[in-house]
Design a binder for this molecule. Structure first.
Ligand SMILES: Nc1ncnc2c1ncn2[C@@H]1O[C@H](COP(=O)(O)OP(=O)(O)O)[C@@H](O)[C@H]1O
Ligand SMILES: O=c1ccn([C@@H]2O[C@H](COP(=O)(O)OP(=O)(O)O)[C@@H](O)[C@H]2O)c(=O)[nH]1
Length: 238
């Protein structure tokens, strides 16, 4: 059997990966499907760090957050990622994968704080580390947290699992004529203002020479194909 293309990866899962077709929240069948894919990769021996988003929960409270101070709303968003992280780690436990949740904001009674050497130790022990609360700062995104933690963990690549199957010339949800890139440089993605990831995340990965692979979270087998180094999604490179 062929070997995985990577030893250590940072997987960015959007909150969407837990939501399914529901308007918001966590959908049982969807989280189980996502976790089954993740477990398959972990069982191959690939060291797996995960940054989880919070959009699925935040969407549910967003109407109430209207007119709210931006930083306060962002802290709510970060807390949403903590809930997702707990759900994700628990679902992994059900399929025999040991996961540890680490939070970027102090919430010790619930999850342990992010401590870089400890996270590295967990990875070396074969545990999946789920990074919660993004970067711990308002005005950032979980994509930027993925770039940051990916750099800190010396991951070989950031895998962005999202709603679309790669980076397009324009937002494929708005422009039916948009075409898919097989690969694209960071400079081009930033210059063309491609919105699939925010510019802060792109710039950090570019500076750290940390490539990103953008692929679909809903396409069956896509994560495994990416892990095996097969042709899937879009590579964003230096
Ligand atoms: N050039 C582009 N290529 C691909 N997707 C794009 C592009 N521009 C905008 N998008 C949109 O970006 C979305 C992914 O970004 P985002 O909403 O931040 O995802 P996530 O919630 O997975 O972090 C896609 O659903 C897509 O509609
Ligand atoms: O470092 C961070 C990461 C996230 N957030 C907040 O948390 C929300 C949820 O994260 P994101 O939108 O990136 O989740 P996703 O779209 O991937 O589900 C964001 O809207 C922000 O309000 C933040 O303030 N700082």
């Amino acid at each position: 059997m062929s070997k995985p293309a990577y030893k250590r990866v940072l997987l960015k899962l959007s909150g969407e990966a837990l939501m399914g077709d529901d308007p918001y929240g966590i959908n049982r069948a969807t989280i189980e499907r996502t976790v089954a894919d993740v477990a398959e990769v972990a069982k191959l021996g690939v060291e797996l760090a995960i940054v989880i988003g919070g959009g699925n929960i935040f969407r549910g409270v967003a109407p109430g957050a209207q007119g709210m101070d931006r930083a306060t709303a962002d802290y709510m968003g970060m807390l949403a990622t903590v809930m997702n992280a707990l759900a994700l780690a628990d679902a992994m436990r059900h399929v025999g994968v040991t996961a540890r949740v680490m939070s970027a904001i102090g919430i010790e009674q619930v999850v342990e704080p992010y401590v870089r050497p400890k996270a590295l130790q967990y990875l070396e022990e074969g545990k999946v580390v789920v990074f919660a609360a993004g970067t711990g700062n308002p005005f950032f995104t979980t994509d930027t947290a993925a770039a940051l933690r990916g750099s800190e963990m010396s991951a070989e690549i950031v895998l962005k699992a999202t709603k679309v199957d790669g980076v397009y010339t324009a937002d494929p949800k708005k422009d039916p004529n948009a075409t898919l890139y097989h690969s694209i440089s960071f400079d081009e993605a930033i210059a063309k203002h491609l919105q699939v990831m925010d510019a802060t995340a792109f710039a950090l990965c570019r500076d750290q020479k940390l490539p990103i692979k953008v692929f679909s979270i809903t396409k069956p087998g896509a994560l495994m194909r990416v892990i095996m180094g097969e042709d899937e999604g879009t590579l964003v490179h230096v």
